[in-house]
Write a protein that binds this ligand. Sequence first.
Ligand SMILES: C[S@@+](CC[C@H](N)C(=O)[O-])C[C@H]1O[C@@H](n2cnc3c(N)ncnc32)[C@H](O)[C@@H]1O
Length: 215
Amino acid sequence: METLLPIHSPLFLPVDGLDDQPAWDMLFGNGNPLVLEIGCGIGDFAVTMAGRHPDWNYLALDFYNKGCLKTCRRAERLGVANLRVVRDEARAFITRCLPLASLQAVFINCPDPWPKRRQRKRRLVNEEFVRTLSAYLRPRGDLYFSTDFADYGREVAAFMPRQRDFENQLAPDLWRHDLPEYPRSKYMLKFMAEGQDIYFVHYRRTAQPAGEGIP
Ligand SMILES: C[S@@+](CC[C@H](N)C(=O)[O-])C[C@H]1O[C@@H](n2cnc3c(N)ncnc32)[C@H](O)[C@@H]1O
């Protein structure tokens, strides 16, 4: 079993100490909108994005202990204070700890691709998960997905137009291989260096509250 590295950082929120539906305003010290990154890895993207948006309360989530530690260290080193790191499984964390219609944005970068056909059902991002995210996004909240794995990118790009409560922000394209202002994560840079295309998908939650307008 993996030995957990202790994380002693004021930015780290041990999940055992988090109430169901914690008072996020208290934990961040303000009432700014919450933004969630799922699978933040070593936190390079999270720290860049949170640093660019001091008016966001940025939750960097991963169940990778060492990644959480590195994310905290990076944020502390760069003085990024509007970020908190949680080590937990995404679905468990979202449903237990986040209020419905609370997220200004969700970022998911290079999630594990589970490339073999028989493993694909393990992929985090599928229609069911997007329906869950829809309920936790605010009206007009953004959903960004990127992957280095063409099959995963095309799969997500193919089912997103069926989500009636999301609008494609890259139309008429279903995906792009470049989003100029979007920070590059560790995995993106690794695969770009190998000459692979990144698939970027960007949708926005419609203005209706969750459930309305959905047949
Ligand atoms: C391939 S890495 C990508 C890391 C980073 N986003 C990047 O682009 O460099 C995928 C990350 O997602 C995390 N992860 C995968 N499934 C997860 C889940 N269900 N809940 C939380 N983290 C998850 C893994 O621990 C890993 O750190």
